[in-house]
Design a protein around this ligand. Structure first.
Ligand SMILES: [Zn+2]
Length: 351
């Protein structure tokens, strides 16, 4: 690692990681769910929602833009936007939800048929979440296809209210996480071949490269308790294992990720899967070298505690969102007009 990287470790943000990574919410909306006319069986009490909006100037660690004019031009166009209304925020979340599913389909994560699910908390009814309908191809998803369910698993919007519209295991797992983590907007879970293999080892992701450091001491491991059909059992075990982290290995099952945007959760899902693949390959190669007598041990080289912590802290929720935006653009432009790049009422973030 270059010496310059070590010097950056003294940045004030690193002295107080809790204020950098876990910024308190800055905006509170109060509204009545009765404003949402199409929900027929939703609760009627007034709902108070605390919305997470990044209030710190965003930057890349201690990097300071120079006086170069191009660098002074803000990157606001790819930052988490603001919204003119909660209705606009709902439209935004549904658009990006559909796009995230298309990206997952494009990358082979739809391979278990109905075995993958992505949920996004509703901004108008924050104890409800949107989920992909059971059996619908990820690759053709539109915002209109998404299904809104309440915390009792009742379909309150979409698919004609058909209870079979939602994968019950998806509801059980995701509902437990949305209830346990009010800071989380989106949860992504699909089955991949690498995660099926890795999750059988009972080990954690190790900081063997820069990208893996994103998850350093920031993911959990949930023991396998069978397919999650029993309400409040397997889902709660998984939510407990996830804790306050951004990802969880589901032993003998796969993995999931959670974030404050569906873009971020989807980016982290793919990133985690690629890190799993890298660790499996590196461990196998290291063991092969040791067996041939080409190395003295079987261990891979890990980033130091200090470097791994520093790198993880750079990848906050805003960064995870930004990392997905090129994929979002790809998906929208490949949709031939079925998805839009922006929704009405989506405003650029300032500062
Ligand atoms: Zn699963």
């Amino acid at each position: 690692m270059p010496l310059g990287s070590l010097r950056r470790l003294s940045h004030p943000k690193l002295m107080a990681p809790s204020t950098f990574m876990r910024r308190p919410f800055s905006t509170t909306y109060t509204l009545s769910s009765r404003n949402y006319a199409t929900v027929t069986s939703a609760p009627s009490p007034t709902v108070t929602q605390t919305v997470d909006l990044p209030s710190l100037p965003f930057g890349y660690g201690s990097y300071t833009p120079s006086s170069n004019k191009a660098q002074e031009t803000p990157i606001q166009s790819i930052r988490i936007p603001r919204f003119a209304s909660l209705a606009a925020e709902r439209a935004f979340r549904k658009l990006h939800h559909a796009a995230a599913l298309r990206w997952l389909g494009l990358n082979g994560y739809n391979n278990e048929g109905a075995g993958g699910h992505v949920t996004v908390r509703d901004p108008l009814l924050p104890d409800h979440f949107w989920i992909n309908p059971h059996g619908k191809s990820f690759s053709h998803m539109t915002p209109a296809d998404l299904v809104l369910v309440n915390e009792d698993g009742q379909v309150v919007d979409g698919q004609g209210g058909n209870m079979h519209a939602v994968n019950p295991a998806g509801y059980v797992i995701h509902n437990a996480i949305h209830r346990a983590r009010p800071d989380v907007v989106a949860v992504v879970h699909c089955h991949s071949v690498p995660s099926k293999a890795f999750s059988s080892l009972g080990c954690m992701l190790e900081p063997i490269n820069q990208d893996a450091c994103r998850f350093y001491k920031d993911h959990g491991l949930a023991p396998f308790g069978g397919i999650a059909l029993e309400k409040h059992v397997e889902g709660e075990h998984i939510a407990a294992a996830l804790g306050s982290t951004k990802a969880c290995i589901l032993q003998n099952h796969g993995h999931l990720t959670a974030a404050k945007t569906v873009d971020g959760a989807t980016f982290l899902f793919g990133a985690f899967d690629r890190c799993i693949q890298a660790q499996l390959m590196a461990d196998a190669a290291a063991a092969g070298r040791a067996a041939r007598g080409e190395s003295t041990g079987v261990d891979t080289i890990k980033a130091s505690e200090e470097v791994a912590n520093y790198t993880r802290d750079i990848y906050n929720d805003e960064m995870a969102y930004i990392m997905f935006q090129s994929a979002f653009e790809d998906v929208v432009k490949a949709s031939r007009g079925e998805l839009a790049l922006r929704v009405e009422g989506e405003l650029p973030r300032e500062g």
